[in-house]
Design a protein around this ligand. Structure first.
Ligand SMILES: *[C@@H]1O[C@H](CO)[C@@H](O)[C@H](O)[C@H]1NC(C)=O
Ligand SMILES: *[C@@H]1O[C@H](CO)[C@@H](O)[C@H](O)[C@H]1NC(C)=O
Ligand SMILES: *[C@@H]1O[C@H](CO)[C@@H](O)[C@H](O)[C@H]1NC(C)=O
Length: 345
């Protein structure tokens, strides 16, 4: 979810508390912005990169973060980021073979020789949690990521990079290979018993009521494969295409906010990790459906949350990330007591 910087609000806020979508439609008809739109349209640059290779065999999991990945450099405005998993011949790999649990792209500043500072998005989670610039998962293919003109995500601004530091980008990929899986859905949902996992990746025991989730399908874990299934390891890559324009004064910078449906809203002083009481939980357990639920809402589990934005602004783009079984997600906005239905994805 991306919001405008406060300093640009007044410029666009010509008709009071208007919902952004309407404002954007107006911009298209605004002469000065139409001009900017055409100019930017001509200047869009595009480049496709390959992540480092990762290897997956039947039922195996890879979860790695690659530092200093190939990325456009200079003072630019990002317009879109699209990614997919390909094999060593460059052919897209189907999700029923390699399930992309998630991938994340984010920014850090590096000082020679080894001082690194994570540079998170504008919020809202605690510490470094969900601090990425881009990130999706199995829904990545065919998801529109384009940010309309005259907006862009400003990066590489020399005035913002701390002196003596370089701006660099990391890529995190979490992929689950389900070729030969005895229970493909169970592997994708990371059921602990299918992975035969009782300790998390740091060796700490997992609480007994935790049936499945990220703690049970970390890198190098192995999901149960059908007996006798033949299939070797193969090389995979994340292929990503970044589109951008050179920075210029007609581009309006946007800020990135990641909202988590599980966010408790609590922020204990100094807390940066995930704890059951504090902040964004990233995942939550969907309870088994009871016969009452089945009769009532057909076993649909609904999770609602509401957060207060730290600054004002307009929403120009929003997208939801959900895992298998997710039906949909809707974002509502409320401004000064008026209720808006901003988007439904
Ligand atoms: C980076 O982090 C270190 C250690 O926390 C801190 O001393 C330093 O001031 C930070 N640098 C920047 C540019 O924020
Ligand atoms: C599951 O893990 C336990 C303990 O780590 C091990 O003894 C057992 O052989 C594993 N079972 C399978 C089916 O891999
Ligand atoms: C919000 O908008 C979407 C898309 O127009 C629509 O499908 C949905 O029913 C709306 N929800 C409410 C509560 O108005």
């Amino acid at each position: 979810m991306i919001r405008l910087l406060e300093k640009w609000q007044k410029l666009l806020n010509s008709s009071g508390n208007m919902v952004l979508l309407l404002v954007l439609l107006m911009l298209v008809f605004d002469v000065s912005y139409t001009q900017a739109f055409q100019e930017n349209g001509n200047k869009i640059k595009s480049r496709t990169y390959l992540s480092p290779e990762f290897m997956l065999g039947p039922g195996s999991v890879e979860s790695k973060t690659y530092d200093d990945i190939d990325f456009p450099r200079g003072h630019i405005a990002l317009k879109s980021f699209n990614a997919e998993v390909v094999d060593q011949d460059g052919n897209p790999v189907p999700l029923y073979e390699t399930y992309i649990h998630h991938w994340l792209v984010g920014k850090y500043y590096e000082n020679r020789p080894s001082q690194r500072n994570f540079s998170r998005n504008s919020g809202l989670c605690q510490g470094q949690i969900l601090g990425q610039y881009f990130g999706l998962g199995s829904e990545t293919r065919k998801t529109a990521t384009h940010i309309p003109d005259p907006f862009g995500i400003e990066i590489g601004n020399p005035a913002e990079i701390p002196e003596g530091y370089q701006e660099k980008w990391y890529l995190g990929i979490h992929a689950i290979e389900t070729r030969g899986a005895e229970d493909r859905l169970g592997c994708i949902e990371c059921w602990c018993d299918l992975y035969n996992v009782t300790n998390d990746e740091y060796g700490n025991p997992i609480r007994p009521d935790y049936k499945g989730g990220l703690f049970c399908c970390y890198g190098q874990t192995q999901c149960k494969v059908r007996q006798g299934f033949q299939g070797g390891k193969r090389s995979l890559y994340l292929r990503y295409t970044v589109k951008w324009i050179e920075w210029d004064s007609s581009t309006i910078p946007v800020e990135i906010f990641v909202l988590d449906a599980t966010d408790t809203g609590k922020r204990f002083l100094g807390s940066t990790g995930i704890s059951p009481e504090d902040g964004c939980q990233v995942e939550y357990e969907v309870e088994s459906c009871t016969s009452t639920d089945a009769a009532g809402n057909g076993c649909i589990d609904i999770k609602r949350n509401s957060v207060t934005m730290p600054t004002g602004g307009y929403v120009v783009y929003a997208v939801a990330h959900q895992h298998a079984g997710g039906i949909g997600s809707t974002l509502y906005g409320q401004h000064k007591g008026t209720f808006f239905n901003l988007s439904s994805v």
